[in-house]
Design a protein around this ligand. Structure first.
Ligand code: ZN
Ligand code: ZN
Length: 164
């Protein structure tokens, strides 16, 4: 994902529209792996400045990840506004480019990661897995919760006494 600056980098203060779309490969982030279900599309403008290039763009893609509750596949729609300055002089804390080619990938991926929700869910009301038997409660029900309630009730101890 590149911007060719060869004809524009000296035109300071002018804004140049650009768009690109590219398949990104899967990545790991805080112990989870994420796949791209759709190419990443970037649509915006760049502005050559004295000491760098300012890029503003809309970034869109769809990720797949594991649902935090039921561990099935979940789709994560990403739609964000990117605004970054790329430095041509190698300063710290900013993205860099060398020569006439500005590579957007790292800045785009960093912004995508920042926009991943803390708890990815397959659907708003995912019921998750039963903590006792592990059944997917979206698909089936189990009696664990009822059993636990019984065990915690004050009559649980009596239950044994009156059996037989
Ligand atoms: Zn789920
Ligand atoms: Zn259960």
């Amino acid at each position: 994902m590149k911007i060719d600056l060869s004809k524009t980098k000296d035109l300071l203060g002018e804004s140049f529209p650009f768009e690109c779309s590219e398949a990104f490969s899967e990545f790991e982030y805080s112990g989870m792996s994420y796949n791209f279900l759709e190419p990443v599309s970037v649509n915006g403008a760049y502005l050559p400045e004295e000491d760098g290039v300012m890029v503003t763009a809309e970034v869109k893609t769809v990720l797949s990840a594991l649902c935090a509750r039921c561990l099935n596949d979940a789709r994560v729609n990403i739609s964000l506004s990117l605004s970054e300055t790329f430095s041509g002089s190698g300063e710290d804390d900013v993205y860099e480019y060398t020569g006439d080619v500005l590579v957007l990938d790292r800045a785009v991926l960093d912004n995508i990661i920042l926009n991943i929700p803390l708890h990815v869910l397959c659907k708003e009301d995912c019921k998750g897995l039963c903590p006792h038997c592990g059944k997917d409660l979206n698909l089936e029900t189990c009696d664990c919760e009822i059993e636990t309630k019984k065990a915690n009730s004050p009559f649980a101890a009596l239950d044994g006494l009156f059996r037989d």
